[in-house]
Design a protein around this ligand. Structure first.
Ligand SMILES: [Zn+2]
Length: 355
């Protein structure tokens, strides 16, 4: 049954390729093993793995929300099941609870739990934007990621040779009014999530403070491998991102849900940036799948994103995307660079992936 379904998908794709991709690049798309290194798979249904397999993709699924252990357990439940069923197709990343931060023993308890998660197969630890933008300490100040209370935890993660994925801050657009934002993805997200739209919350930490807190963490823990999610919240300027990549050799970034920000910058500049930092950039989409989602709808959404973004990196075609209000040209990157973005860099920066 499973093979039958895969065959049907393949047959469908052969047809799809004829209408959607250009010659060599589409051939390469199916040939090249690829990793979508930032997704949130919150279901134990196999369909998504089978679909990804037909497209040549594996997943790195990330636990994100850290408000309580119960919230984490729910996300980890699906990650563990899927990883057990498909160890070579889905790896996962855990997180830790911010409950009882500042209480004596909080750090020890976090380390104890992370140790169990690592032994069970988690390949890294996510820290999320709630650190910096939601959680406050006993003095009612925002807790930032460079708070010294986190230091023993980051030392522990480094000692276990695991990777930190840091989503700290938000796109710079988040501090602008909706109609000044550069991409439609951000306009839609912040319209729907006013609690995270910092333009409406001038009393919260600034964009610069949040980026600086992450930079301090990188500087203080040079032995810690850290992947900045969403282009490290420096999506708006390849120059700013390049500065951090130069300063911190322990820093790489994933592109999850931020490829559109490349597409609104100068093409030659972005292309040169990617060529120069070809070992530090990791392909990812931030795709979310919950168990009660309409699978067919989510699947065609993901297929569209994968194909459009592949065409952007692999071809020099003129392209259009719902997130960008003008057409733009693909980057036409060489096969060896595509291989790094889509596969090798994820293996490099998450050395325990798919083990
Ligand atoms: Zn995400």
């Amino acid at each position: 049954m499973r093979i039958f379904r895969v065959l049907v998908i393949r047959y469908y794709l052969v047809f799809f390729v004829l209408i959607s991709c250009t010659g060599n690049s589409s051939h390469l798309y199916y040939e090249m093993p690829k990793i979508d290194a930032h997704v949130h798979i919150r279901t134990d249904q196999s369909d998504i793995i089978e679909f990804a397999e037909a497209e040549g993709f594996n997943f790195l699924s990330i636990s994100t929300k850290s408000s309580s252990q119960a919230v984490i357990d729910e996300q980890m439940h699906y990650a563990r099941i899927m990883n057990e069923k498909y160890p070579e197709r889905l790896s996962y990343i855990t997180t830790f609870s911010m409950e009882n931060f500042e209480q004596p023993g909080w750090g020890e308890e976090v380390i104890r739990r992370l140790n169990i998660d690592f032994e069970e197969g988690a390949i890294g630890v996510k820290v999320w934007k709630d650190i910096g933008m939601t959680f406050r300490d006993s003095l009612d100040d925002f807790i930032l990621i460079d708070d010294p209370l986190f230091d023993p935890i980051f030392d522990f993660i480094a000692s276990k040779d695991r990777t930190v994925v840091a989503h700290i801050g938000e796109p710079k657009n988040c501090w602008l009014p909706i109609d000044s934002m550069t991409v439609n993805g951000d306009r839609n997200y912040f319209r729907e999530h006013p609690q995270y739209h910092m333009y409406l919350h001038p009393d919260y930490p600034s964009y610069e403070e949040l980026v600086a807190s992450r930079d301090n963490l990188l500087a203080r823990h040079p032995d810690l491998r850290l992947v900045g999610a969403h282009l490290g919240s420096l999506e708006w300027s390849v120059d700013e991102l390049a500065k951090r990549l130069d300063l911190y050799p322990n820093f790489a970034v994933d592109m999850a849900e931020r490829v559109s920000h490349f597409q609104v910058q100068d093409r030659e500049k972005v292309r040169n940036f990617i060529i120069k930092y070809q070992d530090r950039l990791i392909y990812a989409t931030d795709f979310v799948l919950n168990s009660d989602d309409n699978f067919e709808e989510r699947k065609s959404y993901l297929e569209k994103v994968w194909k459009l973004e592949w065409n952007y990196f692999a071809t020099d075609d003129t392209l259009n995307s719902a997130s960008v209000n003008r057409s733009f040209r693909g980057l036409g990157l060489d096969e060896d660079i595509l291989k790094k973005l889509y596969f090798n860099n994820a293996i490099q920066w998450y050395p325990n992936i798919f083990n």
